[in-house]
Design a protein around this ligand. Structure first.
Ligand code: C2E
Ligand code: MG
Ligand code: MG
Ligand code: MG
Length: 280
């Protein structure tokens, strides 16, 4: 392919690279000012009791609406925000906004006592995390146990003394700590045992294939086994069909989230849907 690339080929290639660089630069420039310009909002995916459909919590999912770039999902910008360091400020905003929303729902009479918030790797390592969590809880007058932080497996494999200290400090505040997308990455079982984790979120990668795909079934069984012997909660994510739900219930997994129940919802829709007496 590169042999056939003549002079024009190379020019096109360089032009494409330059275009990509430019786009990245544009994105990062907008990203830097996005918190200040109030361009982020959160949608909330219900976490439900799989048997009854009853609400047990909610996961906050970030969205970015920019005048020139349009509406973006986190896959478009979280990695960039990690690279530039903007994730620290964004993460602080998410914590504060998610806790504020839970407080508001509770004040409006909604029976919900958990908000789950995603924390990226770099944000976890930042000095700022503990302070941000404390401020978010204080400002919304919420006890720590109503906040759940979701980390990726990457946090586990770095066996850093700072990791242990941060986890201990968060657990000391009562904050729940879960491993997101569990099973996709490094499966650092050893660290599971050593860190004060309270739950695992079984990756939707494996939920997709159940109950038909044998290896996905095996992974779900294995994760359930590990979780129950270590006393960890399991939340299944990406539950899309009744057959998947039934399989999970049979395995003894009682909590899940996914399009079978609802996608991420704007807060007012979330409230309407789950307010006492609202039809299912
Ligand atoms: P995640 O935390 O694993 O969130 C689940 C993702 O799967 C969400 O995508 C959600 O909309 C999607 N999803 C939920 N139910 C289903 C389903 O039944 N089927 C399928 N196919 N997908 C489903 P989203 O909102 O695009 O978020 C993508 C990822 O971005 C999240 O994965 C999380 O890792 C990250 N993220 C989201 N919000 C934040 C945030 O505030 N901070 C940080 N650091 N990361 C975030
Ligand atoms: Mg998550
Ligand atoms: Mg996940
Ligand atoms: Mg994911």
């Amino acid at each position: 392919d590169s042999k056939r690339r003549g002079r024009n080929g190379w020019q096109a290639f360089t032009a494409e690279l330059a275009e990509q660089q430019l786009q990245r630069l544009q994105l990062e420039t907008h990203l830097r000012r996005a918190v200040y310009n109030d361009e982020f909002h959160l949608v909330y995916q219900p976490q439900v009791d799989l048997g009854s459909g009853r609400l047990v919590g909610s996961e906050a999912l970030i969205r970015w609406r920019n005048r020139s770039l349009g509406e973006m999902r986190p896959d478009r910008f979280i990695d960039h925000a990690e690279t530039t360091g903007d994730i620290v400020g964004i993460g602080r905003w998410v914590l504060r906004e998610g806790c504020r929303q839970l407080r508001q729902w509770r004040d409006a009479g909604l029976a919900i006592d958990r908000i789950a918030i995603n924390v990226s790797y770099r944000q976890f390592l930042s000095e700022d995390l503990i302070q941000s969590v404390r401020e978010a809880l204080d400002q919304s007058d919420l006890p720590g146990h109503m906040l759940e932080l979701e980390f990726t497996e990457r946090v586990l494999i770095e066996d850093d003394p700072d990791t242990h200290r941060a986890f201990d400090e968060l657990r000391g505040m009562g904050v729940q700590l879960s491993i997101d997308d569990f099973g996709e990455g490094y499966s650092a079982l050893n660290y599971l045992r050593r860190l004060p984790i309270s739950g695992l979120k079984l990756s939707q990668l494996f939920i997709q294939g159940v109950p038909d795909n044998h290896s996905d079934v095996a992974v779900c069984q294995a994760v359930t086994g590990i979780a129950s012997s270590l006393g960890l909660q399991v939340v299944a994510e990406g539950v899309e069909t009744p057959a998947q739900r039934d399989f999970l219930l049979q395995l003894g997994i009682t909590t899940g989230q996914g399009f079978l129940y609802a996608p991420g919802l704007p807060p007012d829709q979330f409230l309407q849907r789950y307010r006492a007496g609202a039809p299912d």
